[in-house]
Design a protein around this ligand. Sequence first.
Ligand code: PBG
Length: 319
Amino acid sequence: MTAQLPTPASPLKIGTRGSPLALAQAYETRNRLMAAHDLPDDAFEIVVITTTGDNRAMIDADRPLKEIGNKGLFTKEIEEAMVRRDIDIAVHSTKDMPTVQPAGLILDTFLPREDVRDAFISPGASSIADLVTGATVGTSSLRRRAQLLNRRPDLKVVEFRGNVQTRLKKLADGVAECTFLALAGLNRLDMADVPATAIAPEDMLPAIAQGAISIERRVDDNRTADLLATIHDHETEQRLNAERAFLAALDGSCETPIAGLAEIDGTTLRLRGEVLRPDGSEVIRDDQTCAVEDGAKLGREMAAKLLAQAGQGFFEWRS
Ligand SMILES: NCc1[nH]cc(CCC(=O)O)c1CC(=O)O
């Protein structure tokens, strides 16, 4: 490759939020770039950016996130810094990202996907089925809440916000009998010691893009595009194309419980998708296959089918 490589005198600036998981993902990206281009670590600079979302989330620590604001609040300052050229790339958990990026920015580099499954974490119980009637479950995820209540309407769901460490602390303090975390997060934080049980997608379909790190850059920054091409994972991109087309066509706001997972076997892509009422009283799902290159089309078609099946009223609570 002939592209100009970053140097200690002119480092590639990597923007990230400051949570332990965000930092681990930024360092993973840096390490992959170092290895791919045989560069020293000081050819990169990790730039921690505090977002409006982080600030508000800290002030209103007990308010549900959906009341604090939309997903854009956690990326706004990072994206503004990139437009100003204060940073060159931003590393994200794709599942927290809107399906459309601001003008001038593009999200088209995907690292090889981690484990997509949710994990069940409890000091006492060994599985969802093992929870006693009326047990208290801690989660801030509308999807997990709806999925759980669909299977176990007896459970009591309490708001459980904060980063992985905060949530584990709440569990230890007895605020709830169990909680759920993306296995990918635990793995990236090297927290294999946490007693977590993986939940099969059949039992809890993951969030769209769960376990997938993506990298955002300026559309016209060709030097960075060339650099990133070497760490991009095409199969992850194909899977996310299907999942994110499904999400986009559902017009998924962060208030809509939606789940979806695309998997590839040879030249075939399998897409599973579901939408739920937030109280878990109803779930509509589908499971289809197509040729790998038709994943986005299948995502849109599945969304249209589920929307038609849901009919008027299903999303009305969105107000
Ligand atoms: N919404 C928070 C968030 N965003 C990404 C992850 C985990 C890592 C991933 O899915 O890529 C998590 C934590 C969780 O859901 O447990």
